[in-house]
Design a protein around this ligand. Structure first.
Ligand code: PEP
Ligand code: MN
Length: 355
């Protein structure tokens, strides 16, 4: 249920309505749009009518939300969500196309700095690298943990890029909050509901990747878990699903992008690296993702992919990544997007902005 307030409703009136709803045992979530202020009501609303709320001062109308994802859906918030980062002009979901790039894993300090310098030089504003790796085999490289996070924090200081990294559990998320700017919930954890709730209580924006065989509705319900705990800064990510196809690691489902954007106000990125698993397919599908309306990309890059500790076969060589960014620059104006390629170096870092 959505309680839409009149344009001239006072903050006292809004507070009174929230208190009344909470006293009935439901949760309230304020939804601030450019044209209207609304209160989304969640909880078990089966058999509950409007509870006389439409009679209260300041209320314009009560709207029933038909979809199960109450906060994620466009019914509660018609405008696109634009995710912003403190002390930074980087956005995800606005006019600016977002590129998150970097190695699959933080392997060593040297490897990470080499790749970071390459990424920064192309003007990408967000750097990725896994410090905690969800691997199919327990014997495969599992990531450097906190040591890796420290290396990522150094990348931010040196190159001014924001850091995106994956939390595989609540303990990792806790550590990531001290070092990174955005937390990634990977495909394998898309339905780890306790981790989603924990991410919902994090001050960091969350990048939520689609599960290996998740429907769009399941992805949106996982985003609802995060938002229901209070975190409004959620970005979806299509990263390919399992199909019968064996010419690629996964099948990048670009058809999900326009539908996700129709059903939800949240931004959606595309990850053609994990989506295809094959270096030669990454650039074509990155360009197609931009054309299909994705709000940005996640791309794996490595200076020496043949010796990468994870996902070398899908990692672009530096020059391939630079060429991809140039091609994107040609395509993006067609879909009314911009790409700010001012090199990140020299931009204000988080520490510098604090001092
Ligand atoms: C990753 O981004 O490195 C990763 C493990 O992705 P996914 O969860 O999509 O497999
Ligand atoms: Mn990877």
């Amino acid at each position: 249920m959505l309680v839409v307030m009149q344009a001239r409703a006072t903050s006292d009136q809004i507070r009174t309505i929230c208190e009344k709803i909470e006293a009935m045992g439901f949760q309230t979530h304020t939804v601030e749009g450019s044209e209207r202020y609304a209160i989304a009501v969640t909880g078990d609303l089966r058999g509950v009518d409007t509870c006389g709320l439409e009679e209260l001062p300041g209320v314009q109308e009560i709207i029933r939300i038909s979809k199960p994802y109450k906060l994620v859906g466009r019914e509660s918030k018609p405008e696109n969500t634009i995710v912003r980062f403190p002390n930074s002009d980087v956005t995800i979901g606005g006019e600016e196309f977002a590129i998150i790039a970097g190695p699959c894993s933080v392997e060593t300090r040297e490897q990470t700095m080499i790749v970071a310098e390459i990424i920064a030089a192309t003007g990408a504003k967000l750097f990725r690298g896994g410090a905690y790796k969800p691997r199919t085999s327990p014997y495969a490289f599992q990531g450097l943990g906190v040591e890796g996070l420290k290396i990522l924090a150094e990348v931010r200081e040196r190159f001014g890029m924001l850091i995106v990294t994956e939390a595989v559990d609540a303990e990792a998320l806790e550590a990531i909050e001290d070092y990174a700017d955005m937390v990634q919930i990977g495909a394998r954890n898309m339905q780890n509901f306790s981790l989603l709730k924990r991410a919902g209580r994090s001050p960091l924006p969350v990048l939520l990747k689609r599960g290996l065989s998740a429907t769009l509705e399941e992805l949106l319900m996982s985003a609802e878990y995060i938002m229901s705990e209070g975190n409004r800064n959620v970005v979806l990510c299509e990263r390919g699903v399992r199909t019968f196809a064996d010419h690629s690691r996964n099948t990048l489902d670009l058809s999900v992008i326009p539908v996700a954007k129709k059903l939800s106000h949240l931004p959606i990125l595309s990850d053609p690296s994990h989506g295809t698993g094959k270096r030669a397919s990454v650039t074509p599908l990155a360009l197609a993702s931009a054309a299909a309306g994705a709000d940005g990309l996640m791309i794996e890059v490595h200076h020496d992919p043949d010796h990468a500790l994870s996902d070398g076969a899908q990692s672009l060589f530096p020059e391939q990544f630079a060429a991809m960014v140039s091609q994107l620059r040609e395509i993006l104006p067609v879909v009314n997007r911009t790409l700010n390629t001012t090199p990140a170096k020299g931009r204000v870092s988080r520490e510098a902005a604090r001092s």
